[in-house]
Design a binder for this molecule. Structure first.
Ligand SMILES: CC(C)(COP(=O)(O)OP(=O)(O)OC[C@H]1O[C@@H](n2cnc3c(N)ncnc32)[C@H](O)[C@@H]1OP(=O)(O)O)[C@@H](O)C(=O)NCCC(=O)NCCS
Length: 438
């Protein structure tokens, strides 16, 4: 029966994320379409799950389709300025207030709904909303007075953080209140950006109408750095909403938000797939490249073990007790991806014979065929050169061709240092490959 096995594998692979996310704050931003399209109930389950693993959640909603409909119903003429910003006059402000008020109540009702027949039955979400955003008028841009269209002036972050600490979910509408008691129409992207930065959120997640961000040819960009996104955002697209999301991601990242995600709002469980699987389903933006190669430390032992244990159980790698790992950790080089160990290799030097043994090479199955193995091999070769070793050898049962394709040639026991040759396990019958260090 494969389903339980799959579940156990999945649950184990999700465990490091659960550990990391517990106590973190996520800002989740979405436009009013999520409610219109009827996807919010599924989203509620996912949000509830995030809360139950200790994530503090702030929801920021937009209300564009609802506002547009209300404006149309009142036969008002929507006015967009040359800066692609809606001008909100007094009549449209009434529509904005009504649409946002109604939507907020609907969202609160959906979040308050019991969740019978779900894994989260009996764990209601306590929602709080309030005057968390102080606004100011946009004023006159290119000669056009934007009236009640505003900008975020200040976020009452202590108030938000206090509610989050009390275990509540904070729901914020794209409206801001001014010191003079006026209400301003804001974009939910601006609110999401400013709130995420002000409260020091760990993640800002956009539920978008697209699969994520894409390149010029329309291919999904799964991961990119803020600087790469900045280059990309220089060319404005035909889609002002995507451009706004990009601008928000850049500003939030530069303001200290670690990880930014854009995912397809129509995928059921999209947030969980993006956050709890290695591959994700949308786009993730980070300030620094997500992948680094470095020497391992004692803190990496847990990660290395979870990488090599399945291969040890299959007999691909020789079993290595945890104590050995602790004493030999300085021999290991790892590739880390977004905080997870996804590749490792060890170098056992035989100084007298000027030869090194490459051991315990493993790449996580979700990250294979992407050059991780090759990078680890290069690191080992560099390390050999530094230690003035002239050759590196490996004993392998499963990956002969990989080593041949990476410049190794087959050899025999006579090429090995005596101490190693004496320990050769004839039953295991590993093949021996060697490479000259240049
Ligand atoms: C062998 C291993 C480290 C390669 O890592 P990787 O990051 O996927 O490798 P790279 O991305 O650098 O190289 C990918 C290429 O190697 C090939 N390749 C991957 N595993 C291979 C294997 N076991 N045998 C032959 N070729 C292999 C791929 O087909 C790909 O070739 P292509 O570029 O022509 O499509 C990885 O498959 C692994 O961890 N295997 C299980 C553990 C193991 O066997 N370790 C070696 C014990 S000493």
């Amino acid at each position: 029966m494969s389903a339980p096995t799959e579940f156990v594998t999945w649950f184990r692979s999700a465990a490091p994320y659960i550990r990391t996310f517990s106590g973190q704050t996520f800002v989740i931003a979405f436009d009013g379409d999520v409610i219109e399209e009827g996807n919010f109930t599924d989203l509620t389950h996912d949000i509830n799950l995030l809360v139950s693993v200790g994530v503090k959640v702030v929801l920021i909603h937009g209300a564009r389709p609802q506002i547009e409909r209300a404006i149309k119903a009142k036969k008002l003429k929507p006015v967009m300025s040359s800066a692609r910003i809606r001008v909100t006059d007094e009549q449209s402000l009434t529509c904005v207030k009504e649409a946002n008020g109604r939507l907020r109540l609907e969202i609160e009702a959906l979040l308050s709904m019991g969740l019978p027949n779900t894994p989260l039955a009996g764990s209601p979400i306590r929602v709080t909303s309030g005057n968390f955003v102080i606004a100011q008028p946009k004023g006159v841009i290119n000669g056009v007075d934007h009236l009640y269209s505003g900008d975020v002036r200040k976020v009452r972050c202590e108030a938000i953080n206090k509610r989050l600490e009390d275990g509540e979910l904070v729901l914020i509408s794209p409206l801001g209140y001014s010191a003079t008691g006026e209400i301003f129409n804001l974009t939910y992207e601006d609110v999401a950006t400013e709130v995420a930065v002000a409260i020091g959120a760990n993640k800002l997640i956009y539920l978008s109408d697209q699969a994520g961000l894409s390149d010029k040819k329309g291919n999904l960009l799964q991961e990119l750095t803020t600087s790469a996104l900045k280059l990309q955002a220089k060319n404005k697209t035909k889609d002002p909403l995507q451009d706004r999301i990009k601008a928000s991601l850049i500003k939030a990242s530069e303001g200290g938000v670690d990880r930014l995600h854009v995912i397809d709002r129509k995928i059921n469980g999209g947030i969980l797939l993006e956050l709890f699987t290695h591959e994700g389903i949308g786009t993730m933006v980070s300030r620094d490249p997500l992948e680094t190669i470095r020497n391992a430390t004692l803190d990496d032992i847990g990660g290395i073990l979870s990488l090599i244990e399945p291969l040890e159980n299959e007999g691909v790698l020789i079993k290595r007790p945890r104590e050995n790992l602790e004493t030999e950790i300085q021999k290991f080089t790892i590739v880390e991806h977004d905080g997870l160990v996804v590749g490792c290799v060890a170098l056992n030097p035989f100084g007298k014979e000027k030869i090194g043994e490459l051991a315990c090479l493993a790449v996580h199955s979700s990250f294979q065929y992407a050059g991780v193995g090759e990078r680890l091999l290069k690191a080992i070769e560099k390390n050999c050169a530094k230690q003035k070793l002239t050759h590196v050898f490996v004993l392998t049962t499963a990956s002969s061709h990989w080593f041949l394709e990476n410049g190794f040639r087959q050899t025999n026991l006579t090429a090995l240092p005596k101490a190693k040759a004496n320990l050769y396990n004839y039953q295991r019958n590993s093949k021996i490959y060697i490479k000259t260090i240049k």
